[in-house]
Unconditional design. Structure first.
Length: 317
């Protein structure tokens, strides 16, 4: 049954449609006859306890030079919109948190929000993996530079990263004898921020794999993001090369452990980052790689996602 679908995302005019997973979802929603609405950035609000949005009807097409058209802007109660896709990129800052609080209100008033807003608040994408410590590499999270330094000296070769980055931003590989270790620790913790240290995984040279879960079940192929040249990061935004692969036995084992908990928390579309046989991150805000996997394996991942959304809607009614 066609319905209205609202999309909360970063500015649509700035996306690259050949790589944008949100765009793939919009194309699929439109193909199924749903009426699409684009929420103006910063357009969520509350009026007398009612979750509202400034939104416009949108049509999309596979044409990089003219890929969307917007109708007139309107203020609308979100409870009138059965499905809301929350696809805003990190950082998960105060504005992001407040938007999820408004979306929680919208969900209480009748909308299905994908992903569950409370999960977006609770599941920091770095810390969420530590719900499954046996699956992760050795890890230390702290604001205390001496604790982080001791961890690095214990494991000799480590990766340091902030908790709120994305796309490989501000990730450092450091060794115990690193001359710049102090300044790196200062940069990551200088204003009281938490930082994460993990033992370096040599398997990164074979790729940082993105495994997609749809309502707890893995898509059967992953995208390995392979570092290029002297770069140790595999992130596509950092120049990594994407290579599609069937899931390995380890990928399936990890997905089988993590998937049920993500489903329980209402996280319908999730990206697991796996290096070798170790889980490093659980991405819940705006996981990507739909377009690349669809193209390489003739899939329709957004179609699988909307099947899961429809099942959730039917279960509600």
């Amino acid at each position: 049954m066609p319905c209205d679908v609202a999309v909360v995302m970063d500015p649509i005019a700035a996306i690259k449609i050949g790589k944008d997973s949100t765009f793939a979802m919009m194309l699929e929603a439109q193909r199924r006859g749903h009426r699409l609405f684009y929420v103006s950035p910063g357009g969520l609000s509350v009026s007398q306890g009612v979750a509202m949005a400034k939104l416009a009807a949108v049509t999309v097409r596979e044409d990089a030079s003219h890929y969307y058209d917007l109708g007139p802007w309107q203020q609308r109660a979100l409870a009138e919109v059965p499905v809301i896709l929350m696809r805003k990129d990190p950082p998960v800052d105060g504005n992001f948190i407040h938007d999820t609080q408004i979306l929680s209100l919208a969900q209480a008033q009748g909308s299905l929000v994908v992903n569950e807003p409370s999960g977006l608040r609770d599941l920091n994408e770095k810390l969420a993996a530590l719900l499954f410590p046996d699956l992760c590499p050795p890890t230390r999270v702290s604001r205390d530079r001496e604790q982080l330094r001791a961890f690095i000296h214990s494991h000799r070769d480590c990766v340091l990263k902030p908790l709120d980055g994305m796309g490989g931003q501000s990730i450092f590989r450091v060794r115990a004898d690193e001359d710049n270790l102090n300044v790196i620790l200062e940069a990551l913790t200088g204003h009281g921020q938490l930082a994460m240290a993990q033992a370096y995984l040599p398997a990164i040279r074979d790729g940082d794999k993105r495994v997609l879960l749809i309502d707890g079940e893995p898509v059967p192929y992953c995208l390995a993001r392979i570092p290029q040249g002297h770069e140790f990061r595999g992130n596509l935004a950092a120049g990594g090369r994407g290579e599609g692969r069937p899931l390995s036995a380890d990928d399936r084992r990890i997905a089988a452990i993590v998937g049920p908990e993500m489903r329980r928390r209402g996280m319908i579309f999730v990206g697991l980052d796996i290096i070798g046989d170790r889980l490093t991150e659980i991405n819940v805000t705006s996981p990507t790689c739909i377009r690349e996997l669809d193209a390489q394996f003739d899939l329709n991942i957004a179609g699988q996602l909307f099947d899961a959304i429809h099942a959730r809607l039917q279960a509600r009614h």
